[in-house]
Design a protein around this ligand. Structure first.
Ligand SMILES: [Zn+2]
Length: 391
């Protein structure tokens, strides 16, 4: 009896507590959701339905109604920049920077974002100034990377060297290879103005930073040639063998011309043949082929390519062999040979390219600085088919 009484009393109490608890929760929920403007939910809804344009409009409403949403400002700003709406991104980040209630860390983030907007808009001076202000902050390292990008675009190689050195001192990594190229860029400018001594100074800097910098030796040879000293030029280019023999193919034509200017064409051809024996290279083969053709005639040229093809069978070599055969072919066979050559040539066009090892960008021309990924010395001086054969 006693038990039933308590049961009767306890049942409604239990419900009363439950009801009260539920009410508190609902009330809390309503207060929280009231704090977020309706546009926020609209924006989320648009995002979920993959309607980013409408979502952005809705989020802009949120930002207008509730200026406290600083994180949303940042998200919208970088979204605008990524979509190429740079002016909108700039306005968003400039407005943020004007706010007096911004915490110092958020201010740095806004500066970093704005600097990237300026860079994307091509306002390099302003970008440079802002990235410079990030030194000593959490964005210092990224800032240096962007600064380097700017200096490379502006071809301000001295500032590029300075920035790379600062980066190295922070990261503990080495940009020696890149720095050597910046010195080579400086030297190349001096060479075009026939300022040989200045060029040589920069090139010896390049080699002191990276003694394996083949480009520096190539340019040192150019400086000697520019001053009418082919023998000295030959010595610099021959030194490439000790640095990286693959790069000899880039100077093969100049090497032969230097020998020719000294009346020692045969010696030059012999030297190049020696390099070819150790480093099969289509560019090298082309130069020797032309040299043999000019000096000793079609028969010599044909034999050279035939032997090379037997040793190193590539489609590019076959293409060259057919070219050599055509030179000597009797009139009745010429048509047929031409047809075969055209077929092979069509096929080899895609193989006779240089390929960036860092990003895979392929080009007919050799680059020291990849136009696609901005890497330095990322192109091996070999055509793609040869690379595949070389493994
Ligand atoms: Zn690349």
């Amino acid at each position: 009896m006693e038990f039933e009484f308590w049961w009767l009393l306890g049942f409604p109490l239990f419900f009363a507590f439950g009801w009260l608890a539920a009410r508190v929760d609902i009330k809390q929920l309503i207060t929280e959701s009231r704090a977020l403007p309706l546009s926020y939910f609209k924006g989320l809804n648009f995002l979920l339905n993959e309607q980013p344009d409408k979502a952005i409009e809705a989020f802009i409403e949120v930002v207008k109604v509730d200026p406290q949403t600083i994180e949303l400002h940042f998200a919208l700003g970088s979204l605008f920049r990524r979509r190429g709406e740079v002016e909108r991104a700039i306005r968003m980040h400039e407005n943020l920077l004007d706010r007096p209630d911004l915490a110092p860390e958020q201010k740095m983030t806004a500066l970093y974002e704005l600097a990237q907007d300026y860079l994307k808009a091509g306002l390099l001076d302003r970008a440079e100034e802002l990235f410079g202000k990030l030194q000593g902050t959490q964005y210092e390292q990224q800032g240096f990377k962007f600064l380097l990008e700017i200096f490379e675009q502006e071809k301000d190689w001295k500032k590029a060297i300075e920035t790379s050195r600062k980066m190295d001192s922070i990261s503990g990594q080495s940009s020696a290879k890149d720095i050597a190229h910046f010195y080579c860029e400086l030297a190349a400018v001096e060479l075009t103005h026939s300022r040989w001594d200045q060029a040589r100074d920069y090139l010896s800097e390049a080699l002191s930073v990276n003694r394996r910098c083949a480009r520096a030796n190539i340019l040192l040879g150019d400086a000697e040639m520019g001053q009418g000293r082919p023998q000295a030029a030959i010595e610099y280019w021959k030194a490439l063998e000790g640095q990286n023999p693959a790069y000899i193919s880039l100077v093969a034509e100049k090497l032969l011309a230097a020998h020719r200017s000294l009346g020692r064409e045969d010696e030059g051809l012999q030297l190049l043949r020696g390099y070819l024996a150790n480093n099969p290279s289509l560019d090298l083969l082309n130069v020797i082929f032309q040299g043999e053709l000019d000096t000793h005639g079609a028969d010599h040229a044909y034999r050279l390519v035939r032997d090379e093809l037997a040793r190193n069978p590539t489609l590019l070599g076959l293409d060259k062999l057919l070219e050599a055969q055509l030179l000597e072919a009797p009139a009745e066979r010429r048509h047929e040979l031409q047809l075969i050559k055209n077929l092979v040539h069509q096929h080899t066009r895609s193989l006779a390219l240089y390929r960036c090892e860092s990003c895979g960008f392929k080009a007919r021309q050799f680059y020291w600085h990849c136009p696609a990924c901005n890497g330095w010395e990322t192109y091996p001086p070999r055509r793609t088919e040869e690379k595949e054969f070389a493994g």
